[in-house]
Write a protein that binds this ligand. Structure first.
Ligand SMILES: Cc1cc2nc3c(=O)[nH]c(=O)nc-3n(C[C@H](O)[C@H](O)[C@H](O)COP(=O)(O)OP(=O)(O)OC[C@H]3O[C@@H](n4cnc5c(N)ncnc54)[C@H](O)[C@@H]3O)c2cc1C
Length: 543
């Protein structure tokens, strides 16, 4: 990644000049609909209704979206226009639009890593600066709610070429960069200066900082560094054709409305984040990683309390998962089990500090108490970086193993910590009573059945990833799961999306967490920033 000083004045004047040309305003109204395609990925049809693909005959998450007929159809002229602004090399278009691509060549943009979400866009714009930007904003395409792929054939605006670091303030740690920078690359860059990003997640090798901000991503360091609402210092956002430049390095600024906050978690529905100013944190000089085996969820909670008590300021991460998740991750990835026997729950603890002796003493004291009081049944401490990575791989490999070996109904829930695992047990019981859950069934059975109900997540943040894994998606199963899971969550005043956002999967579930008045206010905000409804349409808000 190259270091680039940001020349904002130049950028702004270029943008202003661009907007003077009337035809160029079309860049901002270029979400285009088309019925029927010569060749479509994943059986995308010319139907007017969009149902999540594995559920064409049913409505998973109650999500049915109708094409908005007011959106126009992309034309060869549009492509010529985009070329005149972006340059031919920064556009991928299908052959019928004068480009070089088959529709399937755009699969990596059209299909989410969770293939149940996909669209059929014929155009991908790859701008290299904010002067060129237009409208399904796409970062690393690692999002979990289908927000980053088109629903029909909206134009994809992928920020992967906007990947320059603009500035690093060595006094404050403020990092200014393009929104398309990959999280891991930013971390590597900061590492040279003993700094690190305040956010870390399993998709770090592909997700963009702009995507993280747009989903208000949490991840494994949330416990220590808190929300992006706190660590983002400023944003540069393109909304309604105006660049809102708020690339502040200030930690404090109480001059009226804090505009950047509205774009954090907006999932590209209010504007396109093109630049980010974020507060990097000191990289811990010494890191320790330990894994515990525990016999009950109560013990997980006790271990968490002990860890806060003993590890306090050096506690970086406290992750948990259950036996089914462990089994899935180990067997799919062929990872080695660090323990010689199985436990009901597992916990991964990471500490980071500036004094190895002090940190180790604290960690050993914590482990000592956890073991002698019978809270932890077993524990291992990684001896070097390779072992640390191996322990983390088990935790970070869970989601991929579940997605690739079964058909998981996935839920990302915020729940009061004490009740966090109750929902897993309640859902299990419900499915057993309904006669659709059988732990012993093999995945190639013909009858739709649930094969595992499991959970993992970020204990300290009260964030559970509940997975109801089926041998195949089927309405006869989903009716037992939804809306039960959402109603359960609502009853304990939780959130139906803790860190993954709403995307296309859950607009109709917003009501379980937000009041009608709040949803109404959100719609008004959307109208203000995007009066034509062209920024990531169909996502987040119920139609
Ligand atoms: C293995 C794995 C582990 C994960 N772990 C976690 C985790 O621990 N915590 C967590 O929170 N998430 C996690 N995720 C989900 C995902 O990585 C995050 O949601 C991430 O923040 C998405 O970033 P992205 O760049 O891939 O965005 P995308 O998936 O490309 O987009 C996500 C949303 O943001 C919008 N968007 C993207 N870029 C911009 C932009 N520049 N301007 C405006 N809108 C934009 C898109 O339109 C879309 O609505 C995980 C995913 C995987 C695959």
């Amino acid at each position: 990644m190259k270091f680039k000083h940001h020349q904002h004045g130049k950028l702004q004047s270029l943008f202003a000049q661009m907007l003077k040309k009337p035809t160029q305003t079309r860049l901002f109204s270029a979400i285009i609909q088309k019925q029927g395609y010569p060749k479509t990925p994943l059986n995308t049809t010319n139907k007017q209704d969009y149902c999540l693909p594995s559920f064409r005959n049913q409505k998973r998450y109650s999500t049915t979206v109708k094409k908005n007929p007011s959106f126009k159809q992309v034309s060869v002229e549009d492509i010529s226009f985009f070329e005149s602004v972006l340059g031919k090399q920064n556009i991928l278009a299908t052959k019928d639009l004068g480009g070089d691509c088959e529709l399937t060549d755009l699969d990596s943009y059209n299909i989410s890593w969770i293939p149940e979400f996909h669209g059929a866009s014929k155009v991908v714009l790859l701008p290299t600066s904010a002067t060129q930007v237009t409208v399904v904003p796409q970062g690393g395409n690692s999002g979990a709610q289908g927000g980053c792929v088109p629903v029909f054939d909206e134009i994809i605006l992928c920020l992967s070429k906007m990947n320059q670091i603009r500035d690093l303030d060595h006094d404050s740690g403020a990092l200014l960069c393009d929104a398309g920078c990959i999280l891991e690359n930013l971390n590597n860059y900061l590492g040279q200066y003993n700094l690190t990003m305040p956010i870390d997640l399993g998709a770090k090798g592909s997700c963009h900082i702009g995507g993280n901000i747009s989903t208000n991503a949490g991840g494994v360091r949330y416990l220590k560094y808190g929300s992006l609402h706190g660590s983002v210092l400023g944003l540069e956002v393109l909304s309604d054709g105006t660049i809102i430049n708020n690339m502040s390095k200030l930690r404090k600024d109480s001059t009226g409305y804090d505009l950047k906050q509205i774009f954090i978690g907006a999932e590209g529905t209010l504007g396109i984040v093109t630049g980010v100013s974020i507060l990097a944190v000191q990289k811990p000089a010494f890191v320790n990683v330990a894994m515990l085996g525990l016999n009950s969820f109560d013990d997980v909670l006790k271990a968490f309390k002990y860890s806060k008590n003993h590890l306090s300021e050096i506690l970086l991460a406290f992750e948990f998962w259950d036996a089914d998740c462990m089994k899935s991750s180990l067997s799919f990835h062929k990872f080695q089990n660090p323990f010689s026997q199985n436990y009901s729950f597992y916990v991964l603890i990471e500490t980071g500090g500036s004094n190895s002796h002090h940190d180790e003493q604290k960690l050993y004291k914590f482990l000592d108490e956890a073991m002698t009081k019978g809270v932890a049944a077993n524990g291992v401490i990684a001896q070097d970086f390779t072992q640390q990575k191996k322990l983390w791989n088990i935790r970070e490999g869970i989601i991929e193993s579940l997605v690739k070996t079964g058909s998981p109904y996935k839920y990302d829930l915020s729940i009061p910590i004490g009740k966090l695992y109750d929902i897993v047990n309640d859902v299990k019981e419900r499915l057993v009573n309904a006669g659709v859950y059988n732990e012993k069934v093999s995945s190639n059975e013909h009858k739709p059945l649930i094969t595992s109900v499991n959970g993992f997540g970020h204990i300290g943040d009260g964030n559970l990833h509940l997975n109801v894994v089926a041998n195949k998606f089927d309405k006869s199963l989903s009716q037992h799961i939804e809306p039960y899971v959402f109603e359960w969550t609502s009853k304990v005043h939780g959130s139906v999306s803790a860190e993954h956002g709403i995307g296309i999967a859950k607009p109709n579930c917003l009501k379980y967490t937000k009041s009608p008045e709040m949803i109404d206010m959100m719609k008004k905000i959307k109208k203000t920033f995007d009066p034509n409804g062209i920024l990531n349409p169909y996502k987040v808000l119920p139609q």
